[in-house]
Design a protein. Structure first.
Length: 79
């Protein structure tokens, strides 16, 4: 799963190539979560990125915020 162990941060900061690869993996996971409408998962992965000292691009933030906003709208519509 996504549960971080303390080695994750060490691996992510071990080299610039590892950091870039980890950022791309997290971005891909967020894209998949957003596509599937899983806003909670997208937020969790975004949170993990900060715990692992990875800096998400503005486009990644925007995707997560948009996904959360859409989920909130649909929740209101069905309530």
């Amino acid at each position: 799963g996504c549960a971080p162990d303390r080695g994750d941060t060490l691996v992510c900061s071990s080299s610039s190539a590892a950091q870039r690869a980890a950022t791309l993996i997290h971005k891909s996971a967020i894209d998949k979560a957003v596509t599937d409408g899983g806003w909670k998962l997208a937020v969790k992965i975004l949170k993990l990125m900060s715990e692992r000292s990875l800096t998400p691009a503005m486009s990644v933030w925007r995707k997560v915020v948009t996904c959360c906003a859409k989920a909130e709208k649909s929740r209101k519509a069905t309530a």
